[in-house]
Design a protein around this ligand. Structure first.
Ligand SMILES: NC(=O)c1ccc[n+]([C@@H]2O[C@H](COP(=O)([O-])OP(=O)(O)OC[C@H]3O[C@@H](n4cnc5c(N)ncnc54)[C@H](OP(=O)(O)O)[C@@H]3O)[C@@H](O)[C@H]2O)c1
Length: 331
């Protein structure tokens, strides 16, 4: 049997292009003793992969010729392990390929009762966990807060906004384009939406948050970080979580001068979602029922087929996605 895979053809320079990747047919080796073979159903595309393929994501990366890594939801197709019989739905680091082999310790179960398994990569997966960690665990969002969220309709932003609104906060989206503004206001319930391209952020923020911003969930870095920080309320909370503008390697966020944090008496925290993995069961128990009841909305952008992954990733890194990007490999 063969395995279809997307490999890194060359390291991107600046914005990635589709020809930085190549679709290949690879031989599928014999399954090693004790290993479990999984067939990918859904592949998650995430901005952090840009630094993985640059070779420098938190101490690890990949080289040209390697299968591009990524988290997937998969179905077990071959297994001797009684706890992981064929047909079990799992979440694992399967990469951009049809089949992947794993040690059982590297597999996580997809929660039962999901209406579609892709939820385990979006609102109920790593991006949703990040949003919860930032909004609830770190910022401790509460009634009366004025919360600003850039990348407002993506995997993290969409969940963060809904959590803030449920806590009684006023939510302000920063996004781009008419379609994303519609999603922000009509689907995700933001109170206000600012277009980062067509509007002056500083002026618009002063208008919709005249008493200042109490929580800023930074998913993008500068120049947005510095502009929002200047309009922080006294005692404002800032969660530093993402630097999308820096990932393509043509920009370097510096952030505001520390003097600004001092005068604002700001509480600034850094977020790495891996630290919250031990709380994943608690997160799933609380949010699977709410998502399935329709009380929280998953804004997914689903592309069909592995061959669509390179273009979809390039669009994501250009800010052209309109939701959490997932590739479906289901027939
Ligand atoms: N620290 C952690 O553990 C952790 C975990 C998960 C995610 N993150 C970070 O959180 C951020 C959001 O992740 P996500 O998965 O939810 O992504 P996403 O929002 O689906 O996609 C990224 C979005 O960033 C916005 N953006 C703003 N400025 C941009 C620019 N100069 N170029 C390209 N895009 C720009 C775009 O949305 P608009 O057009 O709406 O502005 C784009 O759609 C990323 O920075 C990611 O790395 C961090």
């Amino acid at each position: 049997m063969d395995n279809t895979a997307v490999i890194l053809a060359q390291r991107p320079q600046g914005l990635p292009n589709a020809d930085d990747f190549a679709l290949e047919t690879l031989p599928l080796p014999e399954l090693a003793q004790g290993a479990i073979r999984c067939q990918t159903l859904y592949l998650s595309l995430d901005p952090y992969m840009r630094s993985v393929i640059a070779g420098n994501h938190m101490g690890h990366g990949v080289d040209p010729g390697d299968v591009v890594p990524g988290e997937v939801v998969a179905r077990v197709t071959e297994s001797d392990a009684p706890d992981w019989p064929s047909g079990t739905l799992v979440r694992c680091q399967g990469g951009w390929q049809q089949f992947s082999d794993h040690d059982p310790a590297a597999l996580s179960r997809v929660p039962s009762g999901l209406s579609r398994p892709s939820l385990s990569l979006s609102i109920l997966g790593m991006p949703g966990l990040t949003a919860w960690a930032g909004m609830v665990q770190q910022a401790k969002v509460r009634q009366g807060d004025v919360v600003v969220i850039p990348a407002a309709v993506g995997g993290v932003g969409a969940m963060a906004a809904q959590l803030a609104r449920r806590a009684g906060a006023t939510t302000i989206a920063i996004t781009s384009g008419a379609e994303k503004q519609r999603i922000a206001l009509e689907m995700l319930g933001y109170a206000h939406c600012i277009d980062r391209v067509d509007q002056d952020l500083s002026e618009a923020l002063a208008r919709v948050a005249p008493k200042g911003v109490s929580v800023y969930f930074d998913l993008v870095g500068d120049p947005t970080l510095t502009t929002v920080a200047q309009q922080l309320a006294i005692g404002g909370r800032v969660v530093l979580c993402g630097l999308i503008k820096d990932y393509n390697g043509d920009h370097k966020t510096t952030g505001p001068h520390p003097g600004l944090w001092i005068t604002k008496r700001a509480i600034v925290s850094g977020l790495v979602v891996y630290d919250y993995e031990p709380l994943r069961d608690q997160f799933e128990s609380e949010f699977v029922p709410l998502v399935e009841a329709g009380e929280l909305i998953a804004n997914e952008e689903i592309h069909e087929g592995l061959a669509a992954a390179p273009d979809a990733f390039c669009q994501l890194m250009r800010g052209q996605n309109t939701g959490k990007v997932v590739i479906s490999l289901e027939q």
